[in-house]
Design a protein around this ligand. Structure first.
Ligand SMILES: Cc1cc2nc3c(=O)[nH]c(=O)nc-3n(C[C@H](O)[C@H](O)[C@H](O)COP(=O)(O)OP(=O)(O)OC[C@H]3O[C@@H](n4cnc5c(N)ncnc54)[C@H](O)[C@@H]3O)c2cc1C
Length: 469
């Protein structure tokens, strides 16, 4: 398929200078309506700030809704190593989870999702993950932000910063209405890619230290008309076909040998949803592409759709329970796991994660394993924290080195490739976003630089907002 590639990295044209209207002013301006952006907007608004949240898509949620990333991974410590966890809820469970270590904004959103019938609660049956309905999630996101008094603007692509006194004091947007500016006391970059932090002058790292390669992208999709009883009967008769959340080994091997399946993944991974006849499939894999290049992303979207077609054909033809299944919806945007990691005042490491490090300026707790989908092909590395353990994310990871008036939250905070693979999950992204929002609110309302806000003041406000610290 002919896909447009960049003609030249070096041949450029100067663009004409232009003016843009100031659309609004606020205390805290948040870029991105994903888990980090939602956490930041709620944290800042609950801390008393006048907040604007801007999002490039037509709806809020980030990866969980844009890329259909389901479920919310567990935010509980593990009491003991997990036995076979079955996300399809068709086999006995023994995930051995301990205590919750994230609450605050996440708990608020979860309570509303549950009340709306749009999620399953975290129990031993779901492996302490939370399967949710993405359309309900979109509505709940709007409702909770509206109730917190956050002003929302959709279809707004943030492209650059405006400076005053050398510091970022506003963000430039491109839109159908043309360019415009929003001015702010303090900015939180929840774009996942650190788009605006980089424009403000922040350094960043990409990928593995040895070769710069990042985790693969995955186009997730929802399947309807799945027959759980027929599938359960098949699994009961063929228990050796199902280990952990991965399975269908013989069927996949046969289909691969016959050329029916040609996938850079050795298994087919799917998750239960709140709807018994619906599954969420996380099995396409596109390597060697970067999510901040639309040229790469375009190629990745097309390749992932090819894989989705193969997977659906395979499931329908070969796997009991899928004969009438069909794709309800694929992600609006292919799921991007890893792009820029902004270099902050501290860089979190795998040793910090696996050694359950604690910090005086800890603003969020996390316990999800190091989980690296192979950047070059098949296989996934999974390294768990010890039973009962969690690590702290320090405030310094949210403060881009050498940049004032701007914080990052979510998957683009400061850490190594390995540490990122743990703190990137949705619950942790929302928690670091909430902390960034609180710091931004305290700075903007008291006229302080971000680094002048005492970490203990942020921790106190986060606790008041229900965070577990
Ligand atoms: C395939 C895949 C599977 C995953 N599986 C799981 C899982 O099972 N469970 C789990 O908990 N986590 C999972 N994750 C991780 C998790 O989904 C993300 O890391 C998490 O969503 C990060 O949140 P974030 O807010 O930092 O970034 P994002 O979710 O990427 O949100 C960023 C938001 O900012 C917007 N944005 C970006 N740039 C701009 C801009 N310039 N201007 C305006 N808006 C902008 C985007 O549209 C988006 O809404 C998975 C991720 C992927 C890709």
């Amino acid at each position: 398929m002919p896909i447009l590639r960049l003609l030249s990295e070096t041949e450029t044209l100067a663009l004409p200078p232009r003016a843009a209207p100031v659309a609004a002013r606020c205390d805290v301006l948040v870029i991105g309506g994903g888990p980090a952006g939602m956490g930041a907007a709620l944290g800042a608004a609950w801390a008393g700030a006048d907040v604007i949240l801007t999002e490039r898509q037509a709806f809020l949620g980030g990866n969980p809704t844009v890329a259909l990333v389901n479920p919310l991974m567990s935010w509980h410590t593990q009491r003991k190593p997990p036995a076979a966890a079955d996300m399809t809820r068709l086999l006995p469970q023994d995930h051995g989870e301990g205590d919750p270590i994230v609450a605050g904004a996440l708990q608020h959103v979860l309570d509303r999702l549950l009340a709306a019938g749009g999620a399953l609660p975290p129990t031993v049956e779901t492996g302490y993950t939370v399967p949710f309905d993405p359309e309900t999630y979109k509505s709940v996101a709007l409702e909770v932000l509206d109730e917190a008094g956050v002003r929302i603007l959709l279809h707004a692509f943030a492209t650059d910063v405006c400076r005053r006194d050398g510091r970022p004091r506003g963000v430039i947007y491109e839109s159908k209405s043309g360019p415009f500016v929003i001015q702010a006391g303090c900015i939180v970059d929840g774009s996942g890619d650190g788009d605006i932090a980089v424009k403000a002058g922040a350094d960043f790292a990409i990928g593995r230290s040895e070769d710069g390669r990042v985790q693969p992208m995955t186009l997730m999709f929802r399947i309807g008309d799945f027959d759980p009883d027929a599938f359960a009967a098949y699994v009961r008769q063929n228990p050796d076909q199902w280990r952990g959340v991965h399975g269908l080994w013989d069927l996949i091997r046969q289909a691969t040998e016959s050329g029916e399946l040609d996938l850079p993944r050795e298994d087919i991974l799917f998750f239960a949803t709140p709807h018994p006849h619906e599954l969420s499939v996380n099995s396409t894999r596109v390597t060697g592409m970067l999510g901040t290049s639309i040229f790469d992303v375009s190629r990745a979207e097309i390749e992932a759709r090819r894989q989705m077609g193969q997977i659906m054909g395979f499931l329908r033809r070969r796997v009991p329970g899928f004969a009438h299944a069909y794709v309800i919806q694929a992600g609006t945007h292919i799921g991007v796991r890893e792009t820029r990691r902004i270099v902050g005042d501290y860089t979190l490491t795998a040793e910090d994660v696996l050694g359950a490090a604690k910090f005086d300026d800890g603003i969020a707790r996390a316990s999800y394993p190091v989980d690296i989908h192979n950047p070059t092909g098949k296989g996934t590395v999974l390294k768990r924290l010890p039973p009962g353990a969690w690590y702290d994310v320090p405030l310094r990871c949210l403060l881009p080195r050498g940049v004032e008036n701007l914080l990052v939250g979510g998957r683009c905070i400061s850490g190594t490739h390995e540490a990122h693979s743990s703190y990137r999950v949705t619950p942790t992204a929302m928690a670091t976003g909430q902390a960034a929002g609180v710091c931004a609110a305290l700075a903007a309302r008291q006229g302080l630089r971000t680094r002048e806000v005492a970490s203990e003041a942020i921790r106190t406000e986060l606790r008041r907002q229900g965070a577990i610290l």
